[in-house]
Design a protein around this ligand. Structure first.
Ligand code: HEM
Length: 495
């Protein structure tokens, strides 16, 4: 059974017994689509391929429809011109109720409720430490750690061609560089021992993540509980307090959790582990896809590499085999075509469902003419992947065009639906209240990773492989992984 299907079923487990109970419909409610058995019928269809399911229902029922899935009413808004009205409804449509429930279940900490006064607000306030002026030290630290790992593991080799798996390589470099940047270094070494064990456990946990989001009890998932416990135990406060050079973001969270006697050490560690997942779970697949697309489009790769070399030359930045390159946020900002290639990969490979839960019965204003009745507890869902692959907005939507987001030497932001300019045309990071607080850092670190491999390595795909395809089990949850890893060759460039 696909994890997305389990997600749909599991999310709503408590309502299982109520599924056959209908409700009296009001005239202004959107068209309601029920399965022959409301519980299984629609959930099965939806779980198999959400994109196809939603496209077909949009064709039959229009841009706004409600699906009764597993006894719960989910209203899908399919017209991206209506998105702004939904996104600004922060008060009546809440995101955190849902995310808090799902995250505490998946990562194993107690839900952030009034039992911990002020904790929710402090956590949210802390997200600022991933943005604005705080982005500079974070990005600089990432650059240093990326070079440290890359140099020791890849640069200190002879320059013959070598074969590797692409996802595996992206993951191993980013896992350690991210860990060092976020949580810091051990007392008397520049790298932590046991990283590869931690990384292996992380990959195993990550595979089960969609099932945990679906609220499938962890005891049903084989060794996942033991693996999660090992991962969490890595972040126990007595261990973390020995590490130096951690990010301001993690240091602040560490001190914040220490104020709560009601949180056990294990709970605090589980919160830290959740951030490890947040900072890697989408970033690594995003890095994989942009690397894959560039390597499989050599002319795009050459263009992006040339742009990078020009930016470095004009800024007087030197690098060589023996000298680490240092890209600051100011350099990264100038990489217009690289950013476009990253956004194009996110357009093709991200599928983050935006979910809001109605806090009361109310009439949701859709546009100047229309509104839709929603009831307390109903889910309102945006599924931006449908917009990302809409041929009216993006010509030839299945094709990777590295320069799709550049126009006349500037960032292109004008995309249209029915002749109207879209406010939201690319949404890999969610929207409004739930928008990813790490998005600026994510784009910076993806650029840094690409810069390092493009500057120091020649890269080629191994022949005789079919095209990489998406593993749909994560559809709805973020950037999708490749169904299978890709083999490629690399060698050191003469720099
Ligand atoms: C390409 C990389 C990334 C993508 C596509 C991404 C996407 C997202 C999305 C879609 C959400 C909202 C979840 C939802 O609506 O259900 C989210 C939340 C979050 N992300 Fe990211 N993210 C990325 C990288 C990062 C990084 C690098 C960090 C941190 C260092 C981070 C930290 C967070 C946190 C803490 C939240 C939860 C926010 C909250 O509870 O309000 N993300 N991310």
């Amino acid at each position: 059974m696909s994890p997305l299907l389990l997600l749909v079923l599991g999310l709503l487990l408590p309502l299982l017994l109520l599924v056959l109970r209908g409700r009296t419909r009001r005239e202004d409610e959107p068209p309601l689509i029920k399965g022959w058995i409301p519980f299984i019928g629609k959930a099965l269809e939806f779980g198999k391929d959400a994109h196809k399911f939603l496209k077909e229902h949009k064709r039959k029922f229009g841009d706004v429809f409600t699906v009764q899935i597993a006894g719960k009413y989910m209203t899908f808004i399919m017209d991206p011109l209506l998105y702004p009205n939904i996104i600004k409804q922060g008060r009546q449509l809440d995101f955190h109720e849902f995310s808090n429930r799902v995250a505490s279940f998946a990562f194993g900490y107690p839900p952030v409720t009034s039992k911990f006064p002020g904790l929710k607000e402090q956590i949210t306030r802390g997200f600022i430490l991933l943005q604005g002026d705080n982005l500079t030290p974070l990005t600089e630290s990432m650059m240093g750690n990326l070079m440290l790992v890359f140099r020791q593991d890849y640069l200190d080799q002879e320059s013959s061609w070598k074969t590797a798996y692409m996802y595996k390589l992206c993951n191993s470099i980013m896992f350690e560089a991210t860990f060092l940047t976020m949580y810091g270094k051990p007392p008397s070494a520049s790298r932590h021992s046991g990283m590869s064990v931690l990384e292996t456990d992380f990959i195993k946990f990550d595979k089960m993540f969609p099932l945990l989001v679906a609220q499938i009890p962890i005891w049903l998932l084989g060794r996942t509980r033991a693996i999660r416990e090992r991962l969490i135990n890595y972040f126990l406060p007595h261990q973390m307090s020995c590490w130096s050079h951690s990010s301001e973001f993690i240091r602040t969270r560490f001190e914040m959790f220490e104020q709560y006697d009601t949180l056990r050490d294990f709970d605090k560690a589980a919160h830290h582990f959740a951030i490890l997942w947040a900072s890697l779970g989408n970033t690594v697949p995003a890095i994989f896809w942009v690397t894959y697309y560039l390597v499989s489009h050599p002319e795009a790769l050459q263009f992006v590499r040339r742009e990078l070399e020009d930016v470095l030359r004009l800024s007087g930045v030197e690098f060589s085999r023996d000298k680490d390159v240092m890209l600051t946020p100011a350099h990264l900002e100038k990489l217009l075509y690289m950013e476009s290639a990253i956004e194009e990969s996110l357009r093709l490979c991200s599928a983050s469902m935006n979910i809001r839960v109605a806090q009361e019965d109310f009439s949701l204003r859709l546009d100047a003419e229309r509104s839709a009745a929603v009831r307390k507890g109903d889910i309102i869902a945006l599924y931006p992947q449908a917009m990302h692959l809409d041929p009216e907005i993006y010509e030839d939507p299945q094709t990777f065009r590295f320069d799709r987001y550049v126009q006349n030497g500037q960032k292109k932001t004008n995309f249209y639906k029915r002749g109207q300019k879209l406010k939201h045309y690319l949404m890999p990071f969610g929207s409004g209240a739930s928008k990813c607080p790490g998005r600026f850092f994510a784009i910076n670190e993806i650029k840094q990773f690409l810069s390092v491999i493009l500057l120091y390595l020649d890269l080629e795909l191994e022949e005789g492989q079919s095209k990489a395809t998406l593993d749909l089990s994560r559809a709805g949850l973020g950037v999708m992984l490749p169904a299978e890893d890709v083999r490629f060759r690399y060698r050191l460039r003469p720099v």
